[in-house]
Ligand binder design. Structure first.
Ligand code: ATP
Length: 364
């Protein structure tokens, strides 16, 4: 196994300028990324953006056209999968149907003759993934969630330094998925195993990862913590992909003031270069004021629609002086110190400067 001494300054895993083409189609376009030891990283992006391609190159299941994969600083780009230190779980559980749970899990444990020791290891792994006593069952007798727990136990059986997960929760129904997601996160932290998970589900990525890597068209759009990705998306694509977004066309007035319709709005940071911008604001960042008082970034808006959505109430708002603009606002009803809001009424709303982000018009 590769040297894993704490003195090594190299990241656990690095990919450097990795590219993969299929004919004339570029599936992965010079991607570089570093993963620290013990980090949980999610590759997030729409279908076809190259997530699985990147994971397969890291696993050694495919060879890049150019670029390198480094483990602890050593080039493993062309190392056979079996000689790499990882465990892998796929979306389709991929268990051997003719083997018991215990034999599935012990499959990669060598030497095979040490059966007694393996039995103990299998028992510990089944406890760890929340399936104690399932040794003698066959995969067909297990639910999807249980099969995925077995697949996880099998991937962890050899105590790999790196855990690779390709949409491991996608085939499960919502309740099972959320439960397994939380358990996976807890287990990952407990074991300290460096983990790279592919998902197209933004809520899953934000909930589970230390670091989210957002991909699009074979490139990395942004690398950041879940809150950085959600709060300060680097592009309009990221903003839209990881949550609901409001967009407002704006023009420069000064370094940190813009004009939207007949209003001026203060921003929390200086504008990028250019005169025309698109302002971004999440629905939950819009505040409803109890009464009207003239203040920066406060405008009147007509309530066009009120939709109850359980924990939140979603409003559609038409701000006065911003013709053609409809804003979506998500309210936590308990935070509203006034009568319920009804369609047709006029309410004062605040668009907090610190939450507004300006993208140059025409930027992706
Ligand atoms: P999904 O979530 O749908 O799996 P993904 O982000 O994992 O998407 P990849 O599987 O990495 O995407 O595929 C990236 C692109 O490369 C896709 O457009 C896909 O059609 C293409 N592709 C992948 N494998 C091959 C192949 N063997 N031959 C030709 N094209 C391929």
């Amino acid at each position: 196994k590769p040297d894993d001494s704490p003195l090594s300054a190299a990241p656990h895993l690095a990919v450097d300028g990795l590219a993969r083409r299929y004919g004339t189609f570029t599936a992965l376009d010079a991607v570089s990324l570093q993963i620290r030891k013990g980090e949980f990283v999610c590759l997030l992006g729409p279908s076809g953006c190259g997530k699985t391609t990147l994971l397969r190159l890291i696993a050694g299941l495919d060879v890049p056209d150019s670029g390198r994969v480094l483990a602890h600083g050593a080039d493993i780009t062309r190392l056979a999968p079996a000689r790499r230190d990882y465990g892998i779980v796929f979306q389709s559980y991929a268990l051997f149907p003719n083997l018991t749970v215990a034999d599935n899990i012990a499959y990669g444990l060598i030497p095979r003759r040490e059966r007694a020791r393996h039995r103990e290891r299998v028992r510990d792994l089944l406890d760890m993934v929340g399936l104690p006593g399932a040794e003698e069952k066959y995969p067909a007798a297990l639910s999807g969630g249980q099969q995925q727990r077995v697949a996880l136990a099998r991937a962890l059986a050899t105590s790999p330094g790196l855990l690779l997960l390709d949409e491991p929760l996608s085939a499960l129904d919502a309740r099972v998925r959320d439960k397994l997601r939380d358990e996976l996160k807890r287990l990952q932290k407990k074991l300290g195993v460096t983990t790279l998970m592919v998902t197209h589900d933004q809520a899953e990525a934000l909930a589970i990862a230390d670091t989210v890597v957002v991909m699009n068209h074979g490139r990395i759009e942004q690398v950041g913590t879940p809150s950085e990705i959600y709060r300060r998306p680097a592009s309009r694509f990221v903003a839209e992909f990881v949550g609901e977004a409001n967009w407002l066309a704006a023009r420069r007035v000064s370094d940190d003031v813009v004009e939207v319709g007949s209003h001026t709005l203060q921003l929390g940071q200086p504008l990028p270069a250019g005169d025309a911008f698109t302002l971004f604001l999440r629905p939950e960042d819009i505040l409803i004021r109890a009464q009207w008082e003239p203040a920066a970034n406060t405008v009147l808006a007509r309530v066009a629609d009120v939709a109850f959505a359980g924990a939140l109430t979603r409003l559609k708002l038409s701000p006065e002086g911003m013709p053609g603009v409809t804003l979506t606002a998500d309210l936590c009803p308990s935070m509203l110190s006034r009568q319920p809001i009804v369609p047709g009424e006029i309410v004062p709303i605040a668009l907090p400067a610190a939450r507004l982000i300006a993208y140059p018009e025409g930027a992706p």
